[in-house]
Design a protein around this ligand. Sequence first.
Ligand code: HEM
Length: 380
Amino acid sequence: PFEWYAEMRQETPVCYDERRETWDVFRYEDVNHVLKDHDAFTANRTLEADESSNGGSDEMPMLQTMITTGPPEHNRLRGFIDERFQPGAIREYQPQVEKVTAELLDDLENKQQFDFVDEFAIPVPVIVIAELLGIPADRREQFKEWSDALVARPEDDTQEEIQRVQQGQQQAQQEMGRYFAKLLEERQGGDGDDLVTLAANAEELSRGEKVGFCILLLLAGNITTTNLLTNTIWSFEEEGITNDVRTGAIDHEQAIEEALRYRSPIQSLKRIATEDVELNGQQIQTGDILTLWLGAANRDPEVFDDPEEFRPERGSNRHIAFGTGVHFCLGAHLARMEADVAIEQLLERFDRLDADLSDLQPLSSLYGLESLPCEVSMNA
Ligand code: HEM
């Protein structure tokens, strides 16, 4: 999509697409502005929830989470958990993430050839979030199936395929809804420090909101982190810098930030105008939908030198891959820590890592790869 972004940023930075019935916004300054002005632009339909479900229930709770609710309600839905996602609290989870990663690497060590996506980038965030939520280990497999179904996309445009995926999503959501509702009830009043207990004890939330919170963490955190891990190794291999990152000649934290900018896991966000407003010379009407292209903003030459180049040594990297404003990603510090740990341990473990970049299938809206075949070896 990057050539299209460059052209649009230059020619028509804010423009209406009749077919998709949305304004497309490409420049960093405009995207940033819309995200920060939550009075004029609401996130109320970011997940494009089914409005007929009318406010949500345990079964369809997606309408009542922080990601689709503006201030002041937003604060109530996010406030109870914000602290637990701050850098200090996240550092305490690090040993857990190290253990999860080490165990996955033990398996890969025996294989030597594996699919980086299926066997590393997908399991890391799923297991980590399951541990943070306090999901019993024997539920993990089921849990992964649910999270896969929730973010599944149709493989073609046929009506049957679209229906199949939607039904899968609804079923997974209902089953998870029931599962979390039960778990929340069991843990209410408990003193565990897992996130389910914390939500269970949050008096300011309704039952449906608690369930919605648990499901939101899976929806928002899994595929995104999977894609960050994949896009990072993809970029390292493409640039031929994997070894420099391993030796420390290139700082891995900075390189991961650059991967976030260069191949942002979420390429676009949606907003709806709540008033008539002008944006970069265009007249937006109340009720209009806007598609904010984070991936285009993150390559805006007004903000980044040589934006089309992957430059891990970029000094200040003001990318907005985690959004900005009140909805700034709750899990940003967690995702960064997971990526730092996972990438560092992976490169420490293997002296050689080769990814096969010959037949890549980039995914679009949630930007990453379907698969990334890798071969690794260790010195004796
Ligand atoms: C919000 C990106 C990982 C939880 C967001 C938003 C972005 C984003 C762009 C803003 C959405 C909007 O404004 O409409 C990412 C990326 C990730 C990542 C690129 C990984 C590389 C995670 C993880 C979690 C998480 C690991 C939780 C475990 C959330 C939540 C919100 C959010 C709860 C909603 C915050 C709010 O509305 O106040 N994320 N995310 N994310 N993210 Fe993430």
